[in-house]
Each structure stands twice: as structure tokens, then as C-alpha cells.
Design a protein around this ligand. Structure first.
Ligand code: NDP
Length: 292
């Protein structure tokens, strides 16, 4: 079994991004600017936004955060989105999810100028991705493609099973891997909560991408010998043996599945850092487009 080190791969990607940012600055083009909008005080969202800010600075991307109270209403958030759409200093922005329940997520995403939609969630970017046109691609699937490339994982002709069909991970992942592309050309099965005989499907997979949001769901008996396992899930589970009283785990029962896998991503240190690096890659792309 070989560990797919997302931390190392993301550092490599960030170096490439930093070199591109330096080239922009050398050409007298301003550094890319990324804005994050955070509504409410969800601790996980705060941690993600802090990590994104720190990572931006590490590659020379400037960033700022708009922190809005949880009681912010939909119109107030839409007003900020419209303001950011128009602000020429801003190359890209994200509205950190989840949003408070009284705000309609689709309405907010649809209001973002797709050219600044560095999360790649806007219907225009999703549509372009489906058609294979240049687009901002959702950061997590994009990061996974980079990880597969880094570890020279063959996807052509392989049976890939994607667990989970969310708009931000599972669905775009399934589309990207079935496209005609260097990291693509796979035969993809997309599974969800209504899938019957799930184990029978996963047992045939050469590559499994688990994004279902269920701690340690994928067990060793669901996986064939030598499979490649990408674990997108991230959960805090109580663990009294740990000083903090919890440990982080994914959607995969790592210890048992690792014994059968040829390659596997750890949690933490697998897909998470790749997601952030891919967000920076989209910000760079948005800045380059903006400078044209
Ligand atoms: P969602 O909750 O939006 O979607 C979960 C998907 O899994 C749904 O399609 C659901 O099916 C399916 N599902 C749930 N339970 C089962 C089951 N028992 N069997 C089969 N399918 C099931 O999740 P996300 O895609 O947003 O996130 C998935 C996980 O990845 C979460 O743990 C999240 O925290 C993590 N994540 C990590 C990121 C990172 O950077 N590392 C980035 C984004 C997410 P149905 O559609 O039928 O309801």
C-alpha cells in the first residue's frame, strides 16, 4: 500500500501557482485577489476560511474575508455578491458553505459572476465543465484529478465508483473522470443513498472515490485487492484515547481498507489540502482572465 500524500502534492501545486503569480507581478499585473464571504460562526467554516487565507498568502495571492452575522438576510448577502461582482480589485470570491437555513444557496450561487466563481459551483461553470470547455472546476474534484496525476494512477478504461452525488463533489467527479482526457476515459458508476447492492458495485471498482459524509463507511470487505481509494470525507469522531477527545476520520475505514488498497489517501492530509490548492489554481485562472 502506498499513501497518497495530499499535503506534499498540494505543496508542489502551490509552488507552481506561486511561480505563475510571480510572473504576473513581474509583468506589472497586480497579484490575484481572493475574497471569502463567511456568514455566521460555524467553527468548521471558520477553520476552512482561515486555511484558505493562509494558503493564499503562501503563494502571493492577496485575500480578504467578509464576516457577516448569522442573522444576515438573503438580500443583504445578494447585495454583497453584486458588489463583489463589480469590484475590479476582486478576481475571485467564494461564499463559504453551509449557509444559514434561511438563505437560499442556489440563489446566492446563481448571483455570482461565473468568471469570479472560483468554487466552480455556478451553473455556467458546471455546464462548461460538462461540455469540456475551459471552466472553473469545483475545487475538490479538481484537486483529486491532480492527486491522481501526481501518483500516475491510470484511469483510462478503469472501473471507477464514485460514492455520493453532491453537486460539489460526487457529480462533477463522475463527469470529469468519464470525459475524454488524460485523467479521464474511465467507466464511472455514480452511487448514492438509493443504490442497491452497493458492496457488489464497489467490489468491482479499480478506483473508489468516497464522498458520502458517513464516517468510516467503506469497509475492507467492500473493496477489491489492489484498488485505489480516495477518501473525501472528513469527520470529527469522539476518541477518549486522544488528548483533544476526538480524532479526524474520513468516509473510509482506513486501517482495514489500507491493507487491501494499492494507493489510499489519509484523513487528514489527503484530499483536504488538494481542495485548497485547487481553489488557488482557480483564483489564478480568474486573475489571468481578468487581466486580458
Ligand atoms: P453531501 O451530504 O452533499 O452528499 C452526500 C452524498 O452521499 C449524497 O449523494 C447521498 O445520497 C450519498 N450518501 C449518503 N449516505 C449514503 C449511503 N449510506 N450510501 C450511499 N450513498 C450515500 O456531501 P458532500 O459531497 O458535500 O460531502 C461528502 C463528504 O466529503 C463530507 O464528509 C464532507 O465533509 C466532505 N468534504 C470534504 C472536502 C475536502 O476538501 N476534503 C470538500 C467537500 C466535502 P443522496 O443524494 O441519495 O442523498
Amino acid at each position: 500500500m502506498k499513501l497518497m500524500d495530499g499535503k506534499a502534492a498540494s505543496e508542489k501545486l502551490k509552488k507552481e501557482i506561486a511561480a505563475e503569480v510571480a510572473k504576473l507581478i513581474d509583468a506589472d499585473i497586480k497579484a490575484p485577489h481572493l475574497v471569502a464571504v463567511l456568514v455566521g460562526d460555524d467553527p468548521a467554516s471558520q477553520t476552512y476560511v482561515n486555511s484558505k487565507e493562509k494558503a493564499s498568502h503562501s503563494v502571493g495571492i492577496t485575500s480578504s474575508v467578509y464576516r457577516l452575522p448569522a442573522k444576515t438576510n438573503e438580500q443583504e448577502l445578494l447585495d454583497l455578491v453584486h458588489f463583489l461582482n463589480k469590484d475590479e480589485e476582486v478576481d475571485g470570491f467564494i461564499v463559504q458553505l453551509p449557509l444559514p437555513k434561511h438563505i437560499n444557496v442556489e440563489r446566492i450561487i446563481n448571483a455570482i459572476d461565473y468568471r469570479k466563481d472560483v468554487d466552480g459551483f455556478h451553473p455556467m461553470n458546471v455546464g462548461k465543465m460538462v461540455l469540456g470547455e475551459p471552466a472553473m472546476i469545483s475545487a475538490t474534484p479538481q484537486g483529486i484529478l491532480y492527486l491522481l496525476k501526481t501518483y500516475k494512477i491510470q484511469t483510462k478504461g478503469k472501473n471507477v465508483v464514485v460514492l455520493g452525488r453532491s453537486n460539489i463533489v460526487g457529480t462533477p467527479m463522475s463527469i470529469l473522470l468519464s470525459r475524454k482526457a488524460e485523467i479521464g476515459d474511465a467507466t464511472v458508476t455514480l452511487c448514492h443513498s438509493r443504490t442497491e447492492n452497493l458492496s457488489k458495485i464497489t467490489q468491482k471498482a479499480d478506483i473508489i472515490i468516497a464522498a458520502i459524509g458517513q464516517p468510516e463507511f467503506l469497509k475492507a470487505d467492500m473493496v477489491k485487492e489492489g484498488a485505489v481509494i480516495i477518501d473525501v470525507g472528513i469527520h470529527r469522531v469522539d476518541d477518549t484515547t486522544k488528548e483533544k477527545g476526538y480524532r479526524l476520520t474520513g468516509d473510509v475505514a482506513f486501517d482495514e481498507v489500507a491493507k487491501k488498497a494499492s494507493f489510499i489517501t489519509p484523513v487528514p492530509g489527503g484530499v483536504g489540502p488538494m481542495t485548497i490548492a485547487a481553489l488557488l489554481q482557480n483564483t489564478l485562472l480568474a486573475a489571468k482572465n481578468n487581466a486580458k
